[in-house]
Design a protein around this ligand. Sequence first.
Ligand code: SF4
Length: 321
Amino acid sequence: MSEAAAAGRPVMGIGACLAGKAVRYNGQTKSPNDHVRGLAEAFELRSFCPEMGIGMGVPRAPIHLVGIPGKVRALDVETHSRDYTDQLAGYAGTVLELAPELCGYILVKGSPSCGYDRVKRFADNGYGIASDLQGVFAAALAKADPLLPLEDDGRLNDPGLRESFVTRAYAYHDWKQVCSSGLSAHTLIGFYSRYKYLVMAHHVPGYQKLGRLVADAGKQPLQPLAAEFIGEFMASLTQRATLRSHTNVLFHLAGYLKRTVPAAERQRLKDLIEQYRLGHIPLVVPLTMLKHHFANNPNAYIEGQVFMSPYPDELKLRNLI
Ligand code: SF4
């Protein structure tokens, strides 16, 4: 286990060129955007360059993707005589072996090795046909660990995708921590108990299915149950939370204050939630008011809810309208 993982800080993989290393085919780096830079504060970044990793060196002949879907190869642009496909795909397994603690990976937009999607595809004669592929390494990484959250630097410009990515990465890190401490029916139930409202905000059918799965903990063999659970859990968090779904959760949480907070203050909170539902204020506003009330009226169950703080507040992902 790396020092960062041991310290409990989530470890995020990143394309080495985005992390400031001069590893591109021409010996250059790729400038990370502000959003990628911002994530460096919340994660321990661990960089990998698949093309360097398979010994292509720098500078090197550039490669591109050639062929028809299902039979695409990563070939050198100049001659199409050198095929790097299998080695680049195999490097995904190397990355997961070198860093089993990874909780997410920031890919590199447009790269034939590291692109998340819409990577250019070329015909044998070198003409561009379409932009409809994942990079070879990226596709292999997604296949080797389907739970691992993936995005690229371009897609992270989208606030919704960015928030979803960070939420899933922190949750996956949490799951790995629970597993490394020894998974049992008890810890599985405890894990889901903390995530109930976060999952509800993302996907109500997933929330219901996960509830049924967890109810079987202790009655069914643990490993297959846990595998089904975490697959469904990560898939549920992949669904985008909306104003409506967040509002639903906020009202559920406000319900816990019924007996402890005076009616006038609860009405003020309700008004803020309504303002949020209408899109007039960001999520952080009613949430801050909720946190204030729960600070004055502690509730251990709500305190443990990941929904209240799924990632460091400094990322300000809940401050946008
Ligand atoms: S995109 Fe990937 S393969 Fe290309 S230089 Fe960056 S890290 Fe290396």
